[in-house]
Design a protein around this ligand. Sequence first.
Ligand SMILES: Cc1ncc(COP(=O)(O)O)c(C=O)c1O
Length: 407
Amino acid sequence: MKERQMEGKIREVHIQRKMTVPAAVAGRFGLEAAERARAFHASFPEYAETPLVSLKNLAEKLNVSGIYVKDESCRFGLNAFKVLGGSYAIGRYCAKRLGLDISEMTYERLTDKKIRTDLGELTFVTATDGNHGRGVAWTAKRLGQKSVVYLPKGSSEERLANISSLGADACITGLNYDDSVRLAREKGRQNGWIVIQDTSWEGYERIPGWIMEGYTTMAYEAYQQLNGIKPTHIFLQAGVGAMAGAVTGFFADVYGDENRPHITIVEPERADCLFRTAWASDGKLHAVKGSLDTIMAGLACGEPCALAWDILCQYADCFISMPDKIAADGMRILGNPLGNDKRVISGESGAAALGFAAEVLRKGYGKNLKEKLGLDENSIILCFSTEGDTDKARYREIVWDGKYSDI
Ligand SMILES: Cc1ncc(COP(=O)(O)O)c(C=O)c1O
């Protein structure tokens, strides 16, 4: 009851830390790792840097110095950043199996008939809200391999169809995201399939670590595109936190502990496992159980990624739990730009962080949240619109009809 009474409000945890943390923690996802991942992705025929959009008019309106949004809707024609992780983990897995270094494992080599014969028939299995599974299915198909994908209860038919059309054996389970992950894990064990999961647990860290390294391509591109402009604030949306952990690790490594931007992690209020973990601050991971109802399908995860938390607990400055309306507002703001700002089509999960930043800048919010975050006219904000309209019908319902609270 108490929980429900809190719904519809922004909740915040600010981390005060003075310690200097070992660079090695972030270094795993730093510049060098990102250059390796980017070189791998750049070998794909459809590779192109996604745009970093400067929303000058929005920045002026909201009285900050700059707002930059990385638009992942064009990533590999898959409408979301997620393929970066799945493809890189599969690349690394195959390289390891063949005794090769990832630097030798280009797209051309990976799709070579001889490599396919050497690898034999493989099946990759995963659970997904949609975007990750699509990336795994896409990569498996390119390699002439099989994939099995489980979507949680309530996933849209459109997301299922996007995965099935890539040749995956995909289905919507009657389970939430975290239990679908357990199902994928169990099926993998029973059938000798390779689990390519975008979250870690005890004893399963190598593949999620590779997935996170794969995400650093996105951060690396943004860093290059900023061309010397240093963001003062980065806002990142999180499901299990792997994307946020990788991007945070990258920027912590690049700018160093003293100089790094202020980093805020945002989550849906009904799936705010990282917020709860930060709130409890007892050295344990805290889960959210149940159906995890939120329009932010990609963020509807109840159990934090342990590997990501290792990074976030050291480098993230603020954790936010927020209602769906803020993500919906983010979709509308990005889709209806001011003046000659470029339009960004951003899905429910993709728009969450920008939606939050805009909310705070527009309304100050609560007890001086804007001041607590250190936002002022000199601030330069970086966000990642991690998906486009990956569920087109839902996008219209939210943006046109304002339908988002009756989930
Ligand atoms: C579009 C989108 N953005 C962000 C995320 C969050 O990523 P993570 O689960 O690594 O926190 C996801 C996860 O599926 C996603 O699909």
